[in-house]
Design a protein around this ligand. Structure first.
Ligand code: UDP
Length: 282
C-alpha cells in the first residue's frame, strides 16, 4: 500500500519479489483517481496522480524487465457518444479532466509499444463498475461524500444521507435522466483474468477493449431497481446537470465477448443487492 508516484516505494515491491527468486509477470494498473467532478476541481492533482503515477510505474516495470500491463481505462475517453453503442474505434474525445488523463495514459502505453517490442498492453475501458463481492467482504471503501452514484445510493439507504441529488432530468433519454452501462465488479474482475491470460500467452501486442454489459440504465431506472431489491426508500431531488457529465455511455462489448469468450453474468439486481450488503458490512 503506497503512492504510485513514489519510485522508491514501487521499486521496493519489485525488489522484494526478486529477492525471493521470483519475478513479476505482469501488472494490473488500477491506481488512479476516478471522479469526474473532482478532476474538474483539482486538475493538477489528477494529472499528477494519474499521468505522472503511470509514467513512474512503467519506468519501474521496465527497470525490472516487466513489460505486460492491463490498464484500467475508462469509457469517459469517448466523451459525447455519437452512436448508441460505443465500440473501440469510436472517436476519443474526453470532455473532462479525468477522461483526458485516461486517454493520455492510453497514448503513453501505445508509444511504449511502438518504441519497444517487448511491451504487451491492454487498455481496458471500464464502463460503470458497480456492486461488491457477494460475500459482503470486498467492496469500495468510500469517503463521507462520494461522487459516484452507487456509493451515494448506499449512504442514502442506510440513512447517512437524507436524499440523492439526480444531476439533470433534461437529458434526451427515455425519462430525462442520464444513461450508463453498469457492470458488476465480479464480471469486471473476471475480465481482467481472461485478458491477463491472453497477454501472457502473447496473443496480442496492444489492444483497446471495452468492458461493459452493453445495456443502458437511466438513473431513475437504477433507483427503482435498487429500492425494489433492497426493500428500501431512496428519496431524491432533481438538480442541474453536473459539469463534465455526458448523456449516455453504453458499451459495444463484442470484441471482449468474441476474442475472450467473456460474458457478463450478473444482473443490475445483483449489483444493487451486493452493493448495499457490502455497505452494511463495512
Ligand atoms: N449521478 C447522480 N447523482 C449522484 C451521482 C451520480 O445523478 O449523486 C449520475 C451522474 O450524473 C451519471 C450517473 O449517475 O449520470 C453515474 O455517475 P457516476 O459518478 O457513478 O459515474 P460516471 O459515469 O460519472 O463516471
Amino acid at each position: 500500500k503506497g503512492d504510485i508516484r513514489d519510485q522508491v516505494f514501487l521499486e521496493s515491491i519489485f525488489k522484494e519479489v526478486y529477492s525471493l527468486n521470483n519475478y513479476f509477470h505482469a501488472v494490473i494498473h488500477l491506481a488512479g483517481l476516478k471522479s469526474v467532478r473532482e478532476s474538474i476541481l483539482k486538475p493538477k492533482r489528477y494529472w499528477d496522480v494519474n499521468l505522472n503515477g503511470s509514467i513512474n510505474l512503467v519506468n519501474v516495470m521496465k527497470k525490472f524487465n516487466c513489460y505486460s500491463i492491463v490498464f484500467s481505462s475508462s469509457a469517459t475517453v469517448y466523451g459525447i457518444a455519437d452512436k448508441e453503442l460505443l465500440d473501440e474505434n469510436s472517436i476519443i474525445k474526453p470532455c473532462n479532466v479525468y477522461g483526458e488523463t485516461k486517454a493520455r495514459i492510453e497514448k503513453l502505453l501505445l508509444n511504449l509499444c511502438l518504441e519497444n517490442n517487448n511491451w504487451r498492453v491492454c487498455n481496458l475501458r471500464y464502463f460503470n463498475p458497480a456492486g461488491a463481492h457477494y460475500s459482503g467482504l470486498i467492496g469500495e471503501a468510500t469517503c463521507n461524500n462520494p461522487n459516484n452514484l452507487f456509493p451515494y445510493l448506499n449512504l442514502v439507504a442506510i440513512g447517512k444521507k437524507k436524499f440523492l441529488r439526480i444531476y439533470g432530468n433534461d437529458w434526451n433519454t427515455r425519462d430525462g435522466t442520464a444513461i450508463r452501462d453498469y457492470l458488476h465488479v465480479d464480471d469486471l474482475a473476471y475480465g481482467h483474468l481472461l485478458i491477463m491470460q491472453h497477454i501472457l500467452s502473447d496473443k496480442f501486442k496492444i489492444k483497446n477493449i471495452n468492458i461493459g454489459t452493453g445495456k443502458g440504465t437511466t438513473v431513475l431506472e437504477l433507483i427503482n431497481t435498487y429500492q425494489k431489491v433492497n426493500n428500501c426508500e431512496i428519496p431524491f431531488e432533481f438538480v442541474s446537470r453536473r459539469e463534465g457529465d455526458v448523456e449516455s455511455l453504453i458499451a459495444d462489448n463484442q470484441l471482449l465477448k468474441k476474442t475472450l469468450n467473456w460474458i457478463p453474468s450478473k444482473s443490475l439486481e445483483s449489483m444493487c443487492l451486493d452493493s448495499l450488503n457490502w455497505q452494511k458490512n463495512s
